[in-house]
Ligand binder design. Structure first.
Ligand code: SF4
Length: 322
């Protein structure tokens, strides 16, 4: 069937001093119901901005074009009021830093309850449902935790509260922006497990933004690899990470032993990530690419299907081998 969410030719232009930068340049991808789609990239790749543009969380000076189709509705042109309704109910959002996203002077129970009340739930039912949600996200002793303030919880527990808040609206999609980056490795694994369980049990779709390939290898069904505001490669996660068809993905995967078990070439990623405000001509990856040729310096590679279900924006995709 049709994907739950479809992003087509998304473009985001931001002012920078006297000029402007196309920080997102014709990005297209889809999120299917019941699946986890991962947006991968270094900082500055545009992964977070692509995800946030879906729910209208961009700087006010950003100029966007393209289409973001949520079921059959274009969210890029939706009224702010409608967008607020979608965000928090139909689409839940989880941020990297729960402490910044939570209200420090309200108990966690009150903050989750607020979403339920706004959704029209009767006052007497709210507390029961909040307790259920806290339990659902694996917070022990919910009847004691419901009345604490965010700073009284550990980072992992705070992230669980954020997830409970995202679930409160009974969304069909959750967008999670680096949800485990601030956490220690053990807690990271638990939170990822929780998100994977929820996706399965609540029939959610998940759009996961992360720079961490290990995270993607564990939870993503599909991945979109971004570089300098463009899609470099996309396809089924396992295939993309194990048999990349873009030199950038190959370099990323080769740097993560847990992902690449049979890396033939040790190929550390040289140089700094491209700045989308000063994107190199042609293929933005060319200054760092071991396969770069003359053509790559002038001609922007289009994203094309290089094998069924696999898309790469590389002139030499056919020659990229693991
Ligand atoms: Fe490298 Fe050229 Fe492919 Fe860009 S288009 S990734 S520079 S080979």
């Amino acid at each position: 069937g049709a994907p739950l969410l479809r992003v087509e030719d998304l473009e985001v232009v931001l002012p920078s001093g006297a000029t402007t930068g196309t920080v997102i340049d014709k990005v297209s991808f889809a999120v299917d119901a019941g699946r986890t789609t991962g947006l991968i990239g270094e900082s500055g790749s545009g992964k977070t901005m692509s995800a946030m543009s879906i729910v209208g969380l961009l700087p006010p000076e950003a100029v966007t074009s393209g289409r973001v189709t949520w079921r059959s509705e274009d969210l890029l042109t939706a009224a702010p009021r409608r967008l607020r309704q979608v965000r928090g109910r139909e689409i839940g959002v989880i941020f990297q830093d729960p402490l910044a996203a939570l209200n420090p002077i309200q108990t966690v129970g009150r903050q989750i309850g607020e979403i339920l009340r706004r959704g029209g739930m009767a006052r007497q039912q709210v507390r029961v449902r909040v307790l259920e949600l806290l339990d659902r996200v694996g917070i022990p002793d919910p009847d004691q935790r419901i009345d604490v303030y965010p700073h009284e919880l550990s980072g992992g527990m705070r992230q669980r509260v954020m997830i409970a808040m995202a679930l409160a609206g009974e969304p069909q999609l959750i967008i999670a922006d680096e949800p485990t980056t601030a956490l220690d490795v053990t807690t990271q694994a638990r939170i990822l497990r929780l998100l994977a369980d929820l996706r399965e049990q609540e029939h959610l779709a998940l759009l996961l933004v992360s720079h961490d390939l290990r995270v993607m290898a564990h939870v993503a069904d599909d991945v979109v690899v971004m570089y300098a505001g463009r899609v470099a490669e996309r396809g089924p996660a396992r295939e993309v990470l194990e048999r990349p068809r873009h030199p950038y993905t190959r370099a990323l995967a080769n740097n993560v032993p847990a992902v690449s078990t049979r890396s033939a070439i040790a190929e550390p990623l040289q140089g700094a990530p491209a700045n989308p405000f000063e994107r190199p001509a042609g293929c933005a990856f060319h200054p760092r690419c071991p396969l770069a040729q003359d053509r790559c310096r002038t001609e922007v590679p289009v994203l094309r299907e290089v094998e069924p279900g696999r898309f790469s924006a590389c002139h030499r995709a056919e020659e990229v081998l693991p």
